[in-house]
Design a binder for this molecule. Structure first.
Ligand SMILES: [Zn+2]
Length: 289
């Protein structure tokens, strides 16, 4: 899709029990650029059946302290590079990341296509700040200093096009921050179809630091930093991956029993494997040239 090569190599096959009936999905790798994609690639309407309200996560709705703590991995990565300006969060969900930013320093905007989340984000941040149109239809009055894609790029049907749109909407020297599951991580390589962040069929693409860097460079960016965050979200991915593997091998009861047996070792296991083999997600800061 992104480099134009037609051949594909099958990396993994998984049957997903969701929607109306179990369905088989394949992960295909482009031998030219290395990008991995989900096949078949479901459209937005088909996927909407899979998204349940709880997809948006646990929300302590109006507690600003909770929102700041919940979003700290993202806000601290951002503020390593910029401390203020005009910012657009693509796929802003309920708007929690934007709400965690100091409004005195940040002029905050968001895009969200899912209707329920979009309305909630509008209620929290103001109707004029949250839009529901496509990135390619957006013509803002002024370019942005920062655009963020937190766990979003793997969901869009043409990520290379989204990055080109982001380049169009940024000032020269503006920053693009991307966080995505790391298909080259220890968990992805070791646990394959049981890897929690594989999230089939929602994740249409499966990036690695190398494939995302290639796509960013082709869209007119220079990568300034690649981060490998550990911490709560990584541990969460770790726990669910183990639970997936053990319940698949031993059934729901046997799997759970074994999970509680290995659980005391998981923190240390997560710490060591993340430092040696990469965490479940990675984050990139790129500058528009
Ligand atoms: Zn390719």
């Amino acid at each position: 899709m992104s480099c134009g090569a037609l051949a594909r190599e099958i990396v993994l096959e998984a049957t997903i029990d969701g929607g109306r009936a179990p369905r088989m999905f394949r992960l295909l790798r482009c031998p030219q650029c290395g990008l991995v994609m989900t096949s078949p690639c479901l459209g937005r309407l088909e996927l909407e059946e899979f998204y349940r309200p709880e997809y948006w996560g646990r929300v302590s709705a109006d507690d600003p302290g909770w929102i700041r703590r919940d979003q700290a991995p993202r806000t601290s990565f951002l503020e390593r590079f910029r401390q203020g300006g005009r910012i657009l969060d693509v796929g802003c969900g309920l708007g929690l990341f934007l709400l965690a930013l100091d409004p005195a320093r940040w002029d905050r905007y968001g895009i969200e296509v899912m209707p329920a989340a979009y309305r909630e984000a509008q209620r929290r941040l103001g109707a004029e700040r949250i839009i529901t149109e496509d990135l390619s239809d957006l013509t803002p009055g002024a370019p942005f200093d920062v655009i963020t894609f937190w766990d979003v790029l793997e969901h869009v049907p043409d990520p290379a096009a989204s990055l080109r749109q982001a380049a169009r909407l940024l000032k020269p020297g503006g920053l693009l921050l991307v966080r995505a599951p790391n298909f080259a991580s220890y968990l992805a390589r070791r646990y394959g179809a049981d890897w929690y962040a594989l999230s089939l069929p929602y994740h249409l693409f499966h990036f690695t630091p190398a494939t995302l860097t290639g796509m960013l460079e082709a869209a007119g960016f220079k990568v300034r930093a690649v981060g490998n965050p550990a911490g709560a979200e990584n541990y969460h991915a770790f726990k669910h991956t183990m639970l997936n593997r053990l319940t698949r091998l031993h059934g729901p009861r046997g799997g759970r029993w074994r999970y509680y047996f290995v659980k005391p070792a998981l923190r240390a296991w997560e710490y060591v494997s993340t430092r040696r083999g990469g965490g479940s997600s990675f984050e990139v800061c790129a500058e528009r040239l």
